[in-house]
Ligand binder design. Structure first.
Ligand code: GAR
Length: 200
């Protein structure tokens, strides 16, 4: 199977995925990394790993769907079977989702359905919850929704700062995201309504 990663920022998750592919823990080819941000460090990480790295500027398109049509065209050019959103800070259009039904995986830094949105770690910290952690899920039309593949609980200790919590959540992300992608690639995920059954 071939896949691509869409990322907007630092690319910590991308790096964990690149490392897992290299180590043979994900048996699929990472064909391309696409970013909506020209300066995304994720693009540098891709280049350093010898993976095609593309910036597509949303400002060059009149609306979300025409941007997504361009992204999909490029993905098709790379012969991509599925797509991974790793810190991709744009909502994807229905058009995009329809091209890859149940073949788009996203990571979100909270235990969904709690703390949807752009600042999930901070929101959880400020809310005073005792446990948070990342979620990997299939992408559906509604944002931060869709059948949940894996979650990892991260305890918030009294001495945690927002920064130390961010670090813990990111480390958990880097564990479960490659694991979820591997399960998907090996055909171990069966979707039943909202549930994802992990088969032996
Ligand atoms: C990650 O924490 C990811 O869960 C989050 O952005 C960060 C990207 O970090 N995504 C969202 O909040 C999506 N709603 P990275 O660029 O180092 O992988």
């Amino acid at each position: 199977m071939n896949f691509a990663v869409l990322a907007s920022g630092h690319g910590g998750n991308l790096q964990a995925i690149i490392d897992a592919v290299k180590a043979g823990k994900i048996k699929a080819q990472l064909k391309a990394v696409i970013s909506d941000k020209k300066d995304a460090y994720a693009l540098k990480r891709a280049q350093q790993a010898g993976i095609a790295a593309l910036h597509i500027n949303p400002k060059d398109f009149p609306d979300r769907e025409s941007f997504d049509r361009c992204v999909v065209e490029r993905l098709q050019g790379f012969g991509v079977d599925f797509v991974v959103l790793a810190g991709y800070m744009r909502l994807v259009s229905i058009y995009f989702i329809q091209q890859y039904p149940h073949r788009i995986l996203n990571i979100h830094p909270s235990l969904l359905p709690a703390f949807k949105g752009m600042h999930a770690i901070r929101d959880a910290f400020e809310h005073g919850v005792k446990v948070t952690g990342p979620t990997v899920h299939f992408v559906v039309e509604a944002a931060d929704d869709g059948p949940i593949i894996l979650q990892e609980a991260v305890a918030i200790a009294p001495e945690d700062s927002l920064e130390s919590l961010e670090e813990k959540v990111h480390q958990a992300e880097h564990r479960i995201f490659p694991q979820a992608i591997d399960l998907f690639v090996r055909g171990k995920l069966k979707i039943e309504g909202r549930r994802v059954i992990i088969t032996g």
